[in-house]
Design a protein around this ligand. Structure first.
Ligand code: CMP
Length: 169
């Protein structure tokens, strides 16, 4: 059975240009519920591990540079058939190829600066450890704290993990 949770990240281009609220509204309109969220700036190590599956691709280094260039907003989302539904809602990687009404068609600048990431699997797969370590949907648990730990997003340390909060400037 397809999982009902998935991880998404509003990327630095969209977050920095004030599109986070519009994107969240679109996701909620598409039936997703936000289970956990935070605002953070990824380190090179985190971004590199998250996108490890692309390590050999020519766009890997610019991708890591872009993902660490500013704050982003990872979220755990819940909805039936979450992974496939979210990928449909965000649209094709390249906004030029994305369907009308999708997040990327509306808010992405380019294939490289494409506003949002969505997990492409809800399974732990060999060779995908980097990205699946940030993929809370690999968890069968319905516990938000577990999602946070699995997403390696800082966790609910000190009990403040599950509310949306800004990092200190
Ligand atoms: P995302 O869904 O986050 O997954 C990998 C990212 O690599 C992708 O979105 C794009 O932002 C980025 N990327 C940059 N260049 C390419 C490319 N040529 N093909 C696929 N992804 C690319």
């Amino acid at each position: 059975m397809a999982g009902n949770r998935t991880l998404t990240i509003i990327k630095p281009d969209a977050f920095n240009s004030g599109k986070a609220g519009l994107i969240v509204a679109l996701l909620e309109k598409a039936g997703f519920r936000i289970v956990a969220s935070r605002v953070m700036q990824l380190t090179e190590k985190q971004a590199g591990a998250f996108y490890a599956v692309h390590r050999e691709r020519p766009f890997f280094t610019p991708l890591v540079r872009f993902m660490t260039s500013g704050k982003c907003m990872p979220m755990v989302l819940e909805r039936a058939d979450a992974v496939a539904s979210l990928r449909k809602t965000i649209g094709a990687t390249d906004p030029a190829e994305a369907e009308a009404g999708t997040v990327r068609k509306l808010y992405a600048e380019s294939k490289e600066r494409n506003a949002i990431h969505a997990s492409d699997s809800d399974r732990m797969r060999s060779g995908r450890r980097g990205s699946s370590s940030l993929n809370p949907s690999s968890s069968k648990s319905r516990n938000c704290k577990d999602d946070y730990r699995r997403a390696a997003l800082g966790g609910p340390a000190g009990g403040r993990g599950l509310e949306l909060h800004h990092d200190r400037p």
